[in-house]
Design a protein around this ligand. Structure first.
Ligand SMILES: *Cc1c(COP(=O)(O)O)cnc(C)c1O
Length: 314
């Protein structure tokens, strides 16, 4: 993996049968375990690819405004490229997130009280210094990188009847759709899962245009894009997609059950997708064989799972 300057920073993740389901239960469920990426989420696929291309095109410095999985993937990629990176985050960012970014060598700058302010400062820095800007989801190279997940699926097993994927800003969804088209799976439905209060994709699909949420009201922070990428809506218009929104409670309970049965922690953003399996959701009832993308996330601890439980009245 190391050595070649062109080698990708993500790894090929395992595809396992979902544990803890009754024998013979339908649908058969296979899990694509992106929680085992070196950055704890699928984000390194797309963001790693974008960072490599920015570097190859001469960027001597990278800039991100994400304190979440996107920023961590960018910081990790910058570290692998030996390129300095500044991550500008709002004051609402947790101390743990800032520490994680610093651990991989990022220069973390706390600026402003909300993400829009931090992101504006990041873009200003990019303008002033000619640095490479790393957005969280809305970029064709990110989709290209994320699409490698499907290249792996296509060699790891038979073609599924549907792919279940969490959707926030739509970068993962767009990458999956692109990869499925390349694999000749354009007719295989994608089940896109959002969370109540973080459902920009679902609202946009219903409205038939981009809808911007006034605020994010879900514990699934990694699904908290206020506006979904137009590319995701374009894919939705030209291939089979169903859109589902689940409650924070369902997402959290799925995280807990996945932890118990697969011995790994994932964020509620990922629990949202898994909850369709554990709740026997009607959106997957008609399929014989599905793949669920276990998108992962590092913004979770056993303490946070307990705190969310209490917050939701568990
Ligand atoms: C970013 C992220 C998502 C959502 O991805 P989008 O590309 O924004 O739709 C889901 N789960 C996790 C863990 C993430 O980090």
């Amino acid at each position: 993996m190391t050595g070649s300057p062109n080698a990708a920073f993500h790894i090929q993740t395992p595809l396992f049968a979902c544990r803890g389901l009754p024998p013979g239960a339908a649908p058969r469920v296979r899990l694509k375990l992106e929680c085992h990426q070196p950055t704890g989420s699928f984000k390194i696929r797309g963001i790693g690819h974008l960072c490599q291309r920015l570097h190859a095109d001469g960027a001597g410095r990278l800039v991100s405004s994400s304190g979440g999985n996107a920023g961590f993937a960018a910081a990790y990629a910058a570290h692998r490229l030996s390129v300095p990176i500044s991550v500008i985050v709002p004051s609402t960012t947790s101390a743990a997130a800032i520490q994680r970014l610093r651990e991989v060598g990022a220069d973390v700058i706390v600026h402003g009280d909300d993400w829009d302010t931090a992101d504006r400062a990041a873009r200003d820095l990019v303008e002033r210094e000619g640095a490479g800007y790393v957005p969280p989801f809305d970029h064709p190279l990110i989709w290209r990188g994320n699409s490698t997940l499907v290249d792996e699926l296509a060699v790891q097993g038979p073609r599924p009847d549907a792919v279940v994927v969490a959707v926030g800003g739509g970068g993962l969804f767009s990458g999956i759709a692109e990869g499925m088209e390349r694999a000749g799976w354009s007719d295989v439905p994608i089940v896109a899962v959002g969370a109540e209060g973080a459902d920009a994709f679902d609202q946009s699909v219903r409205a038939g245009r981009q809808v911007t949420l006034p605020a994010i009201g879900s514990i699934a922070k990694s699904l908290g894009a206020r506006t979904v990428a137009q590319a995701a809506l374009d894919w939705q218009a030209r291939r089979p997609v169903s859109s589902v929104v689940v409650s924070d409670r369902s997402a959290l309970d799925a995280c807990k059950r996945f932890a118990d049965e697969h011995q790994a922690l994932v964020e509620p953003a990922c629990g949202a997708a898994l909850s369709l399996v554990y709740d026997r959701h009607q959106a997957i009832a008609g399929f014989a064989d599905i793949v669920v993308v276990v998108c992962g996330g590092i913004g979770v601890t056993t303490g946070l799972l307990q705190a969310w439980d209490a917050q939701l009245g568990g």
